[in-house]
Design a protein around this ligand. Structure first.
Ligand SMILES: Cc1ncc(COP(=O)(O)O)c(C=O)c1O
Length: 241
């Protein structure tokens, strides 16, 4: 029986000379030799086998265009949004600057702060399971980072853009050095009439940024693509952390 070969062999691919980059195999065990060194069993990145590093710029440009950000410098791509949540805690929290978060919410930020031994100010949801914004704004005073998940998981509650904007403005007034991470991971599942992103606020506030994930929005968790949107200086701090 013929073996089904879903991939085009590198050795036989007529398009290889057109590739405008030098690829390095991170698919097999050949330890980073140029892809054409590998046997034909190893396949072109362009078909999604291995990490598609050659598409990073295009994806960044498409996202910047989709969200009207003007420049790819306002987008930080990562292998899922998890490294962005972790990186934000590393970048903005410290022994003196706690994490302000919600109980319950998506726990990566809290887990990262706990692993680093940082103080965690965790504000319980209210009786309707909604994030208690006044309590979270109070917890944000002097904090390094606020993690605000909207829609929140696992409670599924949402806050409108108007309410979130008021919340952001309050924190920026009362604690201007605090960073605010708005985790939009589940926004695609929320009724637009109930909530909208507050992405436009990132143009006004360098300390606020948004994270999103292809894992949740498109059910593509295996592709490991997440991104943060915000001002360049803030994104570079997360990238370096
Ligand atoms: C609210 C929320 N944020 C972030 C993530 C991280 O997702 P990923 O690292 O797959 O992008 C998840 C994953 O389930 C999530 O539920």
């Amino acid at each position: 029986m013929p073996i089904s070969r879903p991939f085009i062999s590198i050795d036989n691919s007529p398009s290889i000379p057109e590739f405008p980059y030098i690829g390095w195999c991170n698919y097999c065990g050949c330890s980073g030799r140029p892809y054409n060194w590998c046997s034909s069993a190893h396949t072109t990145y362009r078909l999604g086998c291995g990490y598609s590093a050659d598409h990073v710029n295009e994806l960044q440009a498409a996202l910047a265009d989709t969200y009207g950000l003007g420049t790819t410098r306002n987008i930080l791509l990562a292998t899922g949004s998890t490294p962005l949540l972790e990186g934000a805690v590393h970048a903005f929290c410290s022994a003196e600057r706690p994490l302000a978060t919600v109980d319950p919410t998506y726990a990566t930020s809290e887990g990262t702060a706990r692993a680093l031994g940082y103080e965690i100010r965790s504000v319980p949801v209210d009786n309707g399971m909604a994030i208690e914004l006044a309590g979270l704004a109070a917890a944000a005073k002097g904090a390094g980072l606020v993690h605000f998940c909207n829609p929140n998981i696992p409670t599924g509650t949402v806050h409108s853009a108007t309410i979130v904007e008021g919340f952001v403005r309050q924190i920026m007034r009362e604690s201007p050095d605090t960073r605010i991470l708005i985790d939009d991971a589940y926004i695609a599942y929320a009724a637009p009439a109930l909530m909208q992103t507050v992405l436009p606020l990132t143009a006004e506030f360098a300390n606020m940024f948004i994270t999103r994930s292809f894992s949740t929005a498109h059910g593509l968790a295996g592709m490991r693509i997440g991104y943060a949107m915000g001002q360049e200086e803030t994104l570079r701090r997360i990238e370096r952390a």
